[in-house]
Design a protein around this ligand. Structure first.
Ligand code: ADP
Ligand code: ASP
Ligand code: MG
Length: 407
């Protein structure tokens, strides 16, 4: 069998954990499997490198930032190779340039386009355990790029797809995918399985246990994906096309704190205003999430929308420059907001989900700023200081801690 294993930052945070993971890898190798391992940077390394960069220059070049951040993953694979070698097994570490992981040009948020499997295959034929840096690639200029925070998951799934691996195992610091972040909701329940579509929504809405692009890739190439704990042998959560389990109303609650809200106030209540506003955003390459337009009153209306925190400064700059063109009276913003969502394919046929969610927030006295819905999710914008409380209240209301458990 060919197995791709990915270990996240906390799983390789110190020497003890590196050896624990090394033994776990070599166990599977001893069973006669071919093994490709993808690693993230150790512990908080990526955060520290970012801090270091900003302490030198508050507006660092994106190219140089990627050059710096990619060193974290390179440290991990080299150290792991040394650990595995000390246990007496053949191993080689490779970075993205050595493998040939080609990405788009967008520094800091690149997408993998192709992976050359030649070198990997050669090393597997030599019976080496192959360790590969996650999170990074090279673009058409041969410059180093990174895939966005949490991107090592995507490196692993993409490698599993191109090598036609039998399975892709994502090892992290929790037992699998839960009905909510177990750090926010201690009685959250682990899911035995979840469909690609639900996991995709869940990840996109803030459940950072998997990078959302990794789920897209897994669905596209039908990768056998499982999320497990690197510190125990529990079976984890299988992510797959169709789930056999009894359909529940919702599968989970997610929170995204990387959100800012912008309001464009007092624009003329006439056709074309939304078009004008959002074509400015699209030209500035800002992606807009929830949009809310007020009912026109006295010939004017307001449009508010959310963007990621990283896009706030650019968005405000563009809006201020075009305030006259939009005939806007005022532009305000708020970055003390968070998006809380419920996710689940079961809600498409059940209209009671929204009212149950709103009731939970009402009971907790939490105000809703914005609402957005789709077939398999409902999101609300709330005060960020109360976001965790909102997640717990909603989780409780849907009885997710006990639902689906056999009596
Ligand atoms: P890694 O470094 O292994 O990639 P991450 O920190 O990126 O780990 O992701 C794992 C974390 O995701 C968990 O520690 C947990 O706090 C968080 N998380 C958020 N939502 C969920 C969820 N629904 N199920 C499991 N973990 C979640
Ligand atoms: N080290 C990178 C990060 O912290 C990538 C990853 O962990 O997946 O975002
Ligand atoms: Mg991660």
């Amino acid at each position: 069998m060919l197995i791709v294993q990915k270990f996240g930052g906390s799983s390789v945070a110190d020497n003890e954990r590196i050896f624990k993971v090394a033994r776990r890898i070599t166990e599977r190798y001893k069973e006669g499997n071919d093994i490709i391992v993808v690693l993230s940077a150790q512990g908080k390394t990526t955060d520290e490198l970012i801090k270091k960069a900003y302490s030198i220059n508050p507006k660092p070049s994106k190219r140089e930032l990627d050059m710096l951040l990619a060193t974290g993953e390179q440290q991990s694979v080299a150290l792991m190779a040394m650990a595995i070698r000390s246990l007496g097994f053949p191993v080689i570490s490779l970075n993205a340039a050595q493998v040939g992981i080609r990405t788009t040009s967008a520094y800091g948020n690149a997408r993998i386009r192709t992976i050359n499997t030649e070198r990997i295959e050669q090393e597997l034929v030599r019976k080496n355990i192959v360790l590969i840096t996650g999170f990074q690639g090279i673009n058409k200029y041969d410059d180093i790029t990174t895939l966005g925070r949490g991107g090592s998951d995507t490196s692993a799934v993409m490698l599993a797809a191109v090598t036609h691996a039998d399975s892709c195992e994502i090892y992290t610091d929790v037992d699998g995918v839960y009905t909510a972040d177990p750090r926010i909701v201690p009685n959250a329940r682990k899911l035995d399985e979840i469909s690609y579509d639900e996991m995709l929504e869940f990840a996109a809405l803030g459940a950072k246990v998997l990078h959302s692009r990794s789920v897209e890739v897994a669905k596209k190439y039908n990768v056998n994906l499982v999320v497990r704990n690197s510190l125990n042998e529990n079976p984890g959560t299988v992510v797959k096309e169709e789930c056999q389990v009894e359909r529940m109303l919702i599968s989970g609650v997610a929170v995204d704190k990387d959100i800012s809200r912008i309001a464009v106030i007092g624009i003329p209540d006439e056709p074309g205003m939304a078009f004008k506003l959002f074509s400015l955003m699209s030209k500035a390459k800002v992606s807009v999430d929830i949009i809310l337009q007020s009912v026109g009153r006295d010939g004017t209306k307001d449009i508010s929308f959310t963007v990621s925190k990283g896009d706030l400064v650019d968005t405000l700059k563009v809006l201020e420059e075009h305030k006259g063109m939009l005939s806007a009276k005022e532009i305000t913003h708020d970055d003390e907001v968070a998006k809380v969502s419920v996710v689940g394919a079961g809600m498409a046929t059940n209209s009671g989900v929204a009212s149950l969610m709103f009731e939970a927030l009402y009971d907790a006295g939490i105000n809703i700023n914005m609402i957005s819905t789709s077939e398999i999710k409902i999101s609300v914008l709330v005060d960020s200081a109360r976001a965790d409380e909102a997640v717990a209240a909603i989780h409780d209301k849907f009885k997710l801690a006990t639902m689906g458990l056999k009596a």
